[in-house]
Ligand binder design. Sequence first.
Ligand code: C2E
Ligand code: CA
Ligand code: CA
Length: 473
Amino acid sequence: MTYAGSGLGLLPDERIDLSERLIRNEEDNGKSLTDPVTGLGNLRRMKVKTDKLIEQRADDPAPFTIGIFNIDRFRPVNDLFGRKAGDEILAQVALRISASLPDDATLVRISGDMFGMVLPTCFFEKDAERLGRLLKEVFTAPFDLGERTVRMSATFGFCQYPFAGNSFDELFDKCESALYLARKSGPSSVQVYTHQMADDMRKRTRIEQALRKAIAAEEVEPHFQPIVEIDTGIITGFECLARWTDAELGEISPGVFIPLAEQAGFIDSLTKLLFVKAIECAKEWPEHIFLSFNLSSVQLMDPTTGLAVMAMLSKTEFDPRRIEIEITETAMMSDPETAERIIDEMRAIGIRVLLDDFGTGQSSLGRLRDFTFDKLKIDRSFIAALGEGAQPEHIVRAILNMCEALDLGVIAEGIETAEQAKMLVQLGCTTGQGYYFGRPADKDKTLAYFNDSEVAADGTLTCRVTSPGCCAG
Ligand code: C2E
Ligand code: CA
Ligand code: CA
């Protein structure tokens, strides 16, 4: 069984620590319930109102709704036009939203660009959705900043008592989860906490707990997929891909547990475990075979990653020149300076750095200009489309030409058929990986490649392709 979880929950540093925030609120404003910038209530007031409603509704189990929203891209506007303009926008948002809410509703400003609402007579999921859509509309008119106007939008998360929780903390937490999911759909979205979300969150919590244990028990394993010279099938290296099977939950895809480890804050221990295990395996391979290792985007935002990689390497006494590190664009977009430093640190000790999933990001060409890579991997969506008309072929050819001009190595990933392999050879792509050459396999099956494959006089290995005959010519 493989879970396709939805990765709910805010990243740890995005979540509001409610009790801390409430204490700070009190320190700033005494026991005040008012936000000085907008004149609205503050988080304390939202809690007081919610607590009171929970008390009243204990006997009368009618639901009510609480909601939170963030103004999208508020910070750049604040930075560009100044704090005064930012405060002006906050005040106008307060006015507009207040005017659009039912009379019995309470609107508060929680902090920065985040607002909260308590809606005593919003009873049903569909009412909250309708209200969310209306409030979204309220943002469409431009905001007046004297000489200029700016356009803003907001993203909303709602949840309902008692379905989502019986305390303010629980309800607020569910609102944050809904807001997080809304943000994933892009700016100006609305999400109500639903049964589906509750199910996903329960599943996610189970997976998270099991994963935490599995990491402690060192039960996550590296598997390896061969990277080959396409025309000969000769193996040049292996990509390490994480595999985890839980006794109860079954096999869980890295597409699920890697993002979960990132969000839950234990990606570092998972990476360390995999890296050390992978290197132990790679030590048994012939010396010219390299190991390619994926770094998660969260790690490229952490300035200590370069040092951590070096420390792990020196402990294992493995030649850094046999290592390639695969990174994706996401991290480089969030914190380019840190990412650049980490890339430089790794390259300085001989590790090659590779841009993964090329062609799927938002501005891959910009990345190539701003960062120094040794190779890039053409995303498998382009390879899968080869043979389906001329366009994918043109794209792959253009990427190959560009890499040649920039002196970049290229790996084609996701090669599944002899036809794709053949076309890549004709287009001049020399290196690739994919099910056609070999699926990811555990360490023993990987070692068997070196025993079963044909070993030439010079020590190179020929990968066993699934159907013989192959692709040269
Ligand atoms: P990725 O780095 O792009 O890895 C390639 C994915 O494509 C792997 O999926 C691999 O099994 C799959 N694949 C390889 N050849 C073929 C093919 O011919 N056809 C098709 N359809 N798929 C192919 P997998 O192992 O499920 O990993 C998914 C993603 O999870 C990886 O994408 C990577 O982003 C992440 N991941 C896996 N292991 C690790 C790890 O140890 N650390 C980190 N940070 N991320 C990892
Ligand atoms: Ca990869
Ligand atoms: Ca990839």
